[in-house]
Design a protein around this ligand. Structure first.
Ligand code: F6P
Length: 356
């Protein structure tokens, strides 16, 4: 079989190990892997590259994707969808492996259901918010970067007796904020799933200072909507998701804290730094196994599924399960984390004022 492989949506560490795993297994099974450049855009434009053992041999340690990516949605335009389907025929493809998040896999699902294209999906996203799978690769690498940022911010926050707010990615789900907050020892964590109670947070930070800690770290997910914000005004991307990067939620939270408490406060945004760099060993392993499984499913002619992690196993799960359901942080997990960031063992309140 001639099997197209593409990566779509936001990149994340682990894409290259997944391409490598799929390529090596496809070759082993006697198929011809073909790299499609820049996600669905590459299929609309007919841009491909050969994938060989030599090409993928050393990419296990590389972040990004050797195939490039885009946020192109072929279902936004009838003519683009037509070109995509024509190119699928012209390239004599027999199946596709689509590596992506909710948007890329949503397109894969519609191509499979509505146009009979044999597709296997491989779930990726640093946000870890895809339904159907326990974890996505890219998440562990992103959290590792965010925890490193927290460690660095702690040093400078402590030296200056400041509050520092770290803004991390995560437009619908607070997985990165939650893990980075716990892993980095945050004093408060704000995630999109839980409406922010900024005043309780400010009181708590003041209490921390009064009791002698005299600096604090706050983590906020970019998707948190503040009580005084109107989410309707945000610009949207091709898939209808709000573009959050210009909102500066971290800066807004920092300003709120400073105004409300009088504590000197700064903010930091790690942004796309979270999405770059070599994948962690966990992500290399997970992505490799998912790539291998995708190729195995193609060989077996099992289509319309994604390679999901369930416990220790990589298993096929219907694409419909992943594309119709986001995996959000459950409230009880946030409450569990609260035991740590809003620490229960603080001494009872003493009287006194905070000095800068
Ligand atoms: O891929 C998801 C994500 O990482 C979100 O957390 C973030 O909002 C978005 O990508 C940023 O997208 P872009 O790279 O297009 O700015």
């Amino acid at each position: 079989m001639r099997v197209g492989i593409l990566t779509g949506g936001g990149d994340c560490p682990g894409l290259n190990p997944a391409i490598r795993g799929a390529t090596l297994r496809l070759i082993r099974d006697g198929h011809t892997p073909i790299g499609i450049l820049q996600g669905w855009k590459g299929l609309i434009e007919g841009n491909t590259v050969p994938l060989t053992e030599e090409r993928v041999d050393e990419i296990i340690r590389e972040g990004g994707t050797i195939l490039g990516t885009s946020r192109t949605n072929p279902f936004k335009s009838e003519s683009e969808l037509k070109r995509l389907l024509e190119n699928y025929e012209a390239l004599a493809l027999d199946a596709l492996i689509a590596i992506g998040g909710e948007d890329t896999l949503g397109v894969a699902y519609r191509l499979y259901e509505g146009h009979g294209i044999p597709v296997v999906g491989v779930p990726k996203t640093m946000d870890n918010d895809l339904g159907g799978t326990d974890f996505t690769f890219g998440f562990d690498s992103a959290v590792t970067v965010a925890v490193d940022a927290m460690d660095r911010l702690r040093d400078t926050a402590k030296s200056h007796a400041r509050v520092i707010v770290l803004e991390v990615m995560g437009r619908h789900a607070g997985w990165v904020a939650l893990y980075a907050g716990i892993g980095g020892g945050a004093d408060w964590i704000l995630i999109p799933e839980v409406p922010p109670d900024l005043d309780t947070m400010c009181d708590y930070l003041l209490r921390l200072y009064r009791q002698g800690k005299r600096y604090a770290l706050v983590v906020v997910s970019e998707g948190v909507i503040l009580p005084f914000e109107d989410p309707q005004n945000l610009p949207l991307d091709e898939f209808g998701h709000p573009i959050l990067r210009e909102r500066g939620v971290g800066a807004r939270v920092a300003r709120y804290i400073e105004e409300k408490t009088g504590l000197e406060t700064r903010d930091a945004v790690i942004g796309h730094i979270q999405r770059g760099g070599p994948p962690t060993p966990f992500d290399r392993m997970l992505a490799t196994r998912m790539g291998l499984k995708a190729a195995e499913l193609v060989s077996e002619r099992t289509f319309g599924v994604l390679t999901a992690l369930r416990g220790q196993e990589i298993v096929p799960v219907p694409l419909a399960e992943a594309v119709n359901r986001l995996k959000l942080v459950p409230p009880e997990l946030y409450e569990e984390a609260r035991q740590i960031f809003q620490r229960l063992h603080l001494q009872p309140e003493r009287s006194g004022t905070v000095q800068g």
